[in-house]
Design a protein around this ligand. Structure first.
Ligand SMILES: [Fe+2]
Length: 382
């Protein structure tokens, strides 16, 4: 398990070069203000650790409403799209909340040692989910801060951010696999989310999968070939989205040859992997290439031994429970299972994924039109 305090400190560090005004802005419903992330990750430990195990009094009675994300078992919460309306509590008050809860968590760690073994085990599991939850929000912080800063006229950089303006693409060679039974999902001891379990068998037909991700140059060819104007390349929902949102290029392609990155505005590097495409765009591109997206089982069979990647890769697998899925116990049953409707799986990790957070069985998931995550395209073929 990663150290509690070092993970907590990292969230504050990611935001440390922001101006105070940047902490509050919410340009879209799906983007949360950085201040909200800092409060919400703290609310997790206050709610599921301190209040659950020690019946502790709330730090502030309003915070339970303001920083609950979607846990219906915890009562009412501020609607997601209204998080940016809250100018109070202030950023400094939220940072004080973090320090207070961190202090209480240190005290709790020593008190829990006197409890029975079952309570200690439950505590350890809930804290561990909380640490991974905080790391998930660290990646969301990079996504959300990038979106917020991209809306600013001067296109500012985020000091200390990972380099997202030049990623590597490996060769356009293919890995080939013969049909057979493969195992997928998490089986090792150690932490994994409930949605990665249990490990189970899948049968895969012959397939080949490309070593390197699709490059900016390849995606530019797709655009030049009228890719965004050809309905035959698109899923019906994707075509409706392209028309309704007037989509003509990946997100953050701000002007011909230019993109917004966490380093500010940069030239688009033709050799780097294309990023910030939706599942609809990835799917249309693959169809244009006379290929398809991999299933998540194909992806895992091919790249299960590889380290964290630079971009998440869309699969054509819906985010559904594995056979024999059991949600986390208690209130944390709301963590993953209830989102298994209408979303697609991404695999591979990305440059903003915190060290120690990624596993090869990790199932990220988003709605197919979303593209503010660090997402790329990997091609597959039968
Ligand atoms: Fe959360």
């Amino acid at each position: 398990m990663q150290d509690y305090q070092s993970v907590r400190d990292q969230s504050v560090k990611i935001c440390s070069s922001l101006e105070i005004e940047d902490y509050i802005v919410q340009p879209h419903d799906f983007v949360s203000p950085p201040k909200w992330h800092l409060g919400h990750t703290t609310w997790y430990f206050e709610t599921f650790c301190l209040r659950e195990f020690f019946k502790s009094e709330p730090f502030n009675p309003h915070y339970h409403f303001l920083f609950n994300s979607y846990y219906e078992s915890q009562g009412e919460h501020v609607p997601q799209g209204r998080r940016g309306v809250c100018s109070r509590p202030t950023v400094s008050e939220v940072l004080a909340y973090r320090r207070h809860i961190d202090g209480r968590m240190r005290e709790a760690e020593s008190m829990i040692a006197t409890r029975d073994p079952e309570s200690r085990e439950t505590w350890r599991n809930v804290v561990e989910v909380g640490i991974h939850h905080e790391q998930q929000h660290q990646e969301l912080l990079y996504m959300d801060i990038k979106h917020i800063l991209s809306h600013q006229r001067e296109q500012p950089a985020l000091a200390g951010a990972p380099n997202d303006s030049a990623t590597e693409t490996a060769a356009r060679t293919w890995r080939e696999f013969r049909a057979g039974v493969f195992e997928t999902g998490w089986s090792e001891p150690g932490f994994a989310y409930d949605s990665e379990r249990p490990r189970h068998r899948v049968f895969l037909e012959d397939f080949r999968i490309r070593e390197g991700l699709v490059s900016n140059a390849e995606f530019h060819e797709f655009i030049e070939d009228g890719g965004y104007q050809r309905p035959e390349l698109w899923l019906a929902d994707g075509w409706a989205w392209v028309k309704a949102s007037a989509i003509r290029a990946p997100l953050y392609w701000t002007a011909p040859g230019k993109q917004y990155s966490l380093q500010g505005e940069r030239e688009i590097d033709p050799g780097s992997a294309v990023a910030h495409v939706s599942c609809f765009e990835a799917d249309a591109f693959a169809r244009w290439k006379k290929c398809r997206l991999p299933t998540e089982a194909e992806w895992e069979a091919a790249f299960g031994e590889e380290p964290c990647a630079q971009l998440w890769q869309w699969t054509n697998s819906a985010y559904l429970p594995y056979p024999g899925y059991k949600p986390f116990p208690g209130a944390l049953m709301e963590y993953n299972g209830k989102f298994m409707s209408g979303q697609m799986v991404l695999r591979g990790g990305c440059l903003a994924t915190p060290e120690g957070h990624y596993r090869s069985t990790y199932r990220n998931f988003f709605y197919p039109h979303m593209r503010w995550m660090f997402s790329g395209v990997r091609l597959c073929d039968s």
